[in-house]
Design a protein around this ligand. Structure first.
Ligand SMILES: [Zn+2]
Length: 131
């Protein structure tokens, strides 16, 4: 399951940061999830809870921030919201020849709230994409 491997990667990264910073409990993990990342938030929340069991993250809340997908047309510089399902044809000139994806594939830890320990522990690694 896609969401399970993401949840486990998130937990592994936060655990590592907690170990490095000496934190013993995690309050909240905030994730940035792009519209095109292919993640179902409910499924991710469920898997996150399973992945947290028995770790320093046990009981931690998961907050997902949806990042809207945006694209830009290179020939005419029009930028638009790609939406779901993604529309990669430029609304300005109708071309799909030079479309650049500006955002929407994000999948990373934006912030972690520690229950104790230093608040300077940073986790900002992008989650490696499997598949
Ligand atoms: Zn265009």
């Amino acid at each position: 399951m896609h969401e399970m491997s993401i949840a486990m990667a998130v937990v592994a990264q936060v655990e590592e940061a907690a170990r490095a910073g000496g934190a013993r409990a995690v309050g909240e993990v905030r994730l940035q999830v792009g519209e095109l990342a292919g993640v179902v938030p409910d499924a991710l929340a469920f898997c996150f809870e399973l992945a947290c069991a028995g770790t320093v993250l046990e009981g931690a809340a998961l907050v997902t921030d949806a990042v809207p997908a945006r694209a830009r047309c290179l020939p005419c510089a029009t930028a638009w919201a790609v939406g779901m399902p993604p529309d990669l044809c430029c609304p300005g000139c109708g071309s799909a020849a030079g479309t650049e994806l500006l955002s929407g594939r994000e999948l990373q830890i934006a912030a972690v709230t520690w229950e104790d320990g230093p608040d300077c522990v940073r986790v900002r690694e992008p989650i490696p994409e499997e598949r």
